[in-house]
Design a protein around this ligand. Structure first.
Ligand code: 5GP
Length: 175
């Protein structure tokens, strides 16, 4: 028995495509950071599946930590973002890679980037499993992107619809 997929969900990326791409990213990141230790910061909650799969594809010593930010949805124009859970560990002098589930306006990751840059990191890179560039409001340079997707709300592989369906192994678009 598996959780049934609601009728208005349309398959966008299946689990095999996702696994292949995550594995490619793992190889790329492992090569880029060869000889270094990488500290990954996962943005909760949507990034957790990507984090879990990606770190198992890395051939580097890695550590990871989590942060959580408040949603600005509903006050979108203000771009207000607030940390609701800060990091457990100090990141000074570390090579940091921030992992997000999806970048839409870019406001969330832009805020996180500015904040983490003040903490004297050795380097800071940005990765997102999905990139939907259509509504971007700030310039963001993403170092690693899984897939660039069309302008639809998406669900699965950690991404929710009304707090549910994060556990789907595939990604669905909602029409
Ligand atoms: P941004 O600040 O880039 O506009 O939005 C980033 C955050 O909004 C993501 O980390 C995610 O939590 C949420 N988000 C944006 N688009 C989607 C989507 O299509 N599906 C889901 N489930 N969350 C989204």
């Amino acid at each position: 028995m598996t959780l049934s997929v609601p009728r208005h969900f349309r398959l966008l990326l299946d689990e095999n495509e996702i696994a292949r791409r995550v594995s490619e990213l793992g190889r790329e990141i492992s090569a880029d950071y060869e000889g270094k230790e990488l500290h990954i910061i996962c943005v909760l909650k949507g990034g957790v599946y990507f984090l879990a799969d990606l770190v198992r594809e890395l051939t580097l010593p890695v550590t990871f930590d989590f942060l959580s930010v408040s949603s600005y949805r509903g006050t979108e124009s203000s771009g207000v973002v607030r940390f609701t859970k800060d990091l457990d560990e100090d990141i000074e002098s570390r090579h940091v890679l921030v992992i997000e589930d999806i970048i839409d306006t870019g406001l969330t990751l832009h805020y996180i980037e500015r904040n983490l840059k003040t903490r004297k990191v050795a380097s800071l890179a940005l990765a997102s499993f999905l990139d939907r560039p259509h509504r971007r409001k700030v310039d963001l340079e993403l170092d690693y992107v899984g897939f660039v997707i069309p302008d639809h709300y998406v669900v699965g592989y950690g991404l929710d619809f009304e707090h549910k369906y994060r556990q789907f192994k595939d990604i669905y678009a909602i029409n």
